[in-house]
Design a protein around this ligand. Structure first.
Ligand SMILES: Cc1cc2nc3c(=O)[nH]c(=O)nc-3n(C[C@H](O)[C@H](O)[C@H](O)COP(=O)(O)O)c2cc1C
Ligand SMILES: CC(C)CC(=O)C(=O)O
Length: 409
């Protein structure tokens, strides 16, 4: 029991004793017995599951609906962290280590959330992070996500291991999407994937740096055990890559996994020479690598711990963002992801110095719950919360969000 609960329990006992007195009015007693913590009044697990995306108050409302709709193995793949899932939790706890510092007396009648990044304009700084296997969550998969991204004019990054090809995703988005690259152990595979993505119209290749071992996804494995359906070779096992549409026509030469042990700065330099579009590195977690990226001619970085899915015991990304922004010194855009669930999380990162924030699981909750309308609503909630947070901070545009608006606590 927390000290708060002990205090609450003794308050209740005192009030129950007083209630025995006829002098103590019933109404006053009921009022006094009110729990002081609002979460006790409306615990989420007493709520009925939402049946319409419009009923959702926040992005979290979609997760239990997805859990109900999607086979346990697939839900587990989405939800899992690695090992103890300490990084997964740290990502959320990290936001409590900073506080926002609002400015008053600023006209916030018009809030402009738009951003320009690598030459393109978007209506908000909220970006769709690359996630694999979306068809496991809904039959409309990445197409539904692309259409929702189009509806809100969001930047979308398509995963190498998407269940939709880059050509179909760009067609559904109605605009270019960035392509996330798993280089694999074989240069020819990386080259083939890049050629295809660039030919399809991807203006940026986002190289993911952080999958160097097969992650021990315990939540995924445990939930898969409860599933009576066959999921022996889903999500990263066995013949996984050959079943993904972006690999069609590319000679895998025996490669069967996205795990890479040979990805070094030499390979990044080779890619830099070969890739004629923008090159972005995803998975940077320290100022040293951020600085090297600026020296290697990289166009942008994504500060990411992969949503706690690749290694346990690293920092929340919000905690490492200041040192990275500092090292980059404005020489290229810094994006960030992992654990962003609220508009206040998003403005915190922007105030520290990120140009955009990528969202992973929340849009998958929306997808698994309701398909495209679910993704649209998740994005609309995040936009509305971000708009409110900017107004409350006294920042009418993203350019008005400055480091002075955040302090460590
Ligand atoms: C189900 C799932 C699949 C993912 N697949 C990929 C992927 O294929 N490539 C990649 O670079 N990151 C992948 N990620 C990581 C995301 O791009 C992003 O870094 C992470 O989800 C952000 O954290 P969040 O889920 O807490 O928002 C995946 C994440 C999830 C949840
Ligand atoms: C093939 C996997 C490593 C895809 C991925 O990045 C993930 O599921 O987090």
């Amino acid at each position: 029991m927390s000290p708060h609960h002990i205090q609450l329990a003794s308050r209740r006992r005192l009030l129950q004793f007083l209630a025995a007195s006829p002098l103590f009015a019933r109404e006053a007693l009921a009022e006094a017995l009110r729990p002081s913590d609002p979460a006790e009044w409306a615990p989420r697990d007493l709520d009925k599951l939402i049946t319409d995306p419009k009923q959702a108050l926040d992005v979290f409302d979609f997760e239990p609906v997805m859990k109900q709709n999607v086979p346990p193995a697939h839900f587990g793949y989405m939800a899992t962290g690695v090992d103890d899932e300490a990084t997964l939790r740290a990502n959320r706890e990290g936001f409590r280590k900073f506080a926002l510092r609002p400015r008053r007396l600023v006209d916030v009648s018009n809030i402009d959330m738009s951003i320009e990044i690598l030459g393109a304009r978007y209506d908000s700084p909220i970006v769709i992070a690359p996630t694999g296997s979306n068809r496991a969550f809904h039959p409309d998969a990445e197409i539904a996500v692309a259409k929702a991204a189009k509806a809100g004019n969001h930047l979308q990054i398509l995963s190498t291991v998407a269940t939709t090809s880059i050509e179909d995703a760009i067609a559904a988005r109605g605009a270019p999407v960035w392509f996330q690259l798993y280089t694999t152990q074989r240069w020819e595979v990386a080259e083939g994937l890049v050629k295809r993505a660039v030919a399809a119209g991807a203006p940026a290749i986002v190289v993911t740096l952080d999958v160097r071992t097969p992650a021990k996804w315990e939540t995924f494995v445990r939930l898969r055990r409860t599933d009576t359906r066959e999921c022996g070779s889903c999500h990263g096992l066995n013949d996984y890559l050959s079943r993904k549409p972006n690999f069609a026509g590319i000679d895998l030469g025996g490669v069967s996994t996205t795990v890479v042990t040979n990805l070094t700065w030499d390979l990044i330099k080779r890619l830099r020479d070969a890739v004629k579009v923008k090159l972005v590195l995803k998975g940077i977690l320290g100022f040293e690598d951020a600085k090297l990226a600026t020296e290697a001619g990289i166009d942008a970085i994504v500060v990411s711990n992969h949503g706690g899915r690749v290694e346990d015991g690293v920092s929340a990304t919000i905690a490492v963002l200041p040192e990275i922004v500092d090292a980059v010194g404005g020489r290229m855009p810094v994006l960030v992801d992992s654990g962003f669930r609220r508009g206040s999380d998003i403005v915190m990162a922007l105030a520290i110095g990120a140009q955009a924030v990528c969202i992973g699981r929340p849009y998958l909750w929306g997808l698994g719950a309701f398909g495209q309308p679910g993704v649209e609503r998740v994005l609309a909630i995040l936009r509305a919360e971000t708009r409110n947070a900017m107004a409350q901070l006294g920042a009418p545009s993203v350019r008005d969000l400055t480091p002075a608006m955040v302090r460590r606590v």
